[in-house]
Ligand binder design. Sequence first.
Ligand SMILES: [Mg+2]
Length: 601
Amino acid sequence: MNLVFSSSSSPSVLLTKLTRTSHPRMLVPALLVQTYQTRRGQAIVSNSSSSKVIDHPPAAQRRLAQYHPTIWGPDLIDSFTTHYTYESHATRWEGLKQNVAKALVASSTKDDACSILKLIASVQRLGVAYHFRKEIHAALVSLISSTSTLSTTNDLHTAALQFQILRENGISVSSDLFNKFRSGEGSFKDSLSDVEGLLSLNEASHLGMPGEDVLEEAKIFSSKNLKQSMSTILNDDNLLKQVEQSLQTPVHWRMPRIEALNFIDIYQGDDSKNLALLELAKLDYNLVQSVYQIEIKELSRWWRELDFKSKASFSRDRLMENYLWSMGICHEPQFSECRIGLTKFVCILTVIDDMYDVYGFLDELECFTDAVIQWNMEAKEELPEYMKPIYIAMLEFGNELADNIFTNNGLNTLHYIQNEWVNLCTAYMVEARWFYGRFTPTLEEYLKNAWISVGGPGAMLHAYLLTQGSQLTKASLESYNHGSQLIYWASLMTRLSDDLGTSKAEGERGDVAKSIQCYMEEKGVSEEEAQDYIKGLISHSWKKMNQESAKPSIPKSIVNMCLNMARTAHCIFEHGDGIGNSIGVTKDRLISLIANPIPLR
Ligand SMILES: [Mg+2]
């Protein structure tokens, strides 16, 4: 339904007049309105309309997740400071950008594919490619039309690097080019022993799509040979480090800001480095960090005023960690509005998630879900006291976003925003019923719901609305829908990474079964086998994301947000629960990303 509003009425006011049934975009999974049964046969829930708030045991008897308090108090956040500002470093920064632009143009006119590819790869990994979109595109166009193309090169390193960079930049390239590196039997040639070539092959293999068997073979071949070759490069620290990192997490899966920091360190040790590029990378990193500091201080004031620390003390107080999500999804400095809005979305979502997962009773949660569907302030009257500020925060945040877009673009987006909250809370509700019914779904049943309950589709919609500015039109909202498959796979990937990192702790404190437990119970396998199966699903999801990313109908901005969400999930959960537990890797990363600049010399 396309709602057309007169300019005198804001969308949030008008939408409250719509009834639930008049809203065809509202996607309520069938499970919500079913009375369903456990595998043992007992009926466990009724539909939401029949529920009433009843007397419950005192708050002390509720389940609590016992999350530790935040380690990032408001005074600490207020103390962040840097002497890197765009004003004070403008001349140097502009000069360095010009130098790098010239280097890109100069190397693209030479007949040396490998050197331009290495330069582009470095610019990308150092996190400054957003300054050189035009130059990179021109260099790649000239490369594929020149004689030294990947179809003729016999150098594995060059061929693999070119394949990787073309795919990363959305330029079509066939994996058949790797056939020349295979023997008559179809396997990769044993003579391919150059470590740099194997490293590039391993990186390229992660850009594969479903059905590209040659890339699957490339992955197995390169990782096996890289492991064997490590003893031969012990005197080359830089190469050894890159091999170890690639075997752990390929570049394609890495969160861009963290990779920028990592690669600045590696590039420093590269004898063939471009000094202007290295200095630009460090300076730009510090300047972008100054933007992050301003944003997190503003968010800290908002979070303090919201006062969920006392009003929803059962939930995770994780402003800084939630900001990591936003920065991971959308890191470029011009997207402040997106990072601020997205962090607010994630903070409110986190409280609601904890309410459904742990603190709320089933009938209270039914009421909350019902109120979200109604989407108006009057609906809060039916809610238990502790839910009211949470409901108000969600409603005000959604309405304010829609009103801002309506004022700036004359476009009503409230039904999109509301839909995401309805879908999210409906999916949370399904999980709450499973928990209270002691029901373990099959993996398929679980994932059908869990890709929504992880918050991926909601985060992607907010990121999209908040990055488009004046480009946001009715037509662009339609093009957003072309990304639905990509959003699905990125959300699934986020869910699976989350489950791998957190399911043990969540299971221990009493939460619904996650993908690993569902698969263990369904198939009667060990935890290790289930984890391997989930890792296989993650690999498959990446291939599907690569396939969707290549579709020209999907705007590049959506592709980047989706890939970055999956990368951020990988980063946050690769060492356990990076949100629930603030100390350790997450803390170190936040210090490097937000608090500490890189020394320039
Ligand atoms: Mg949950």
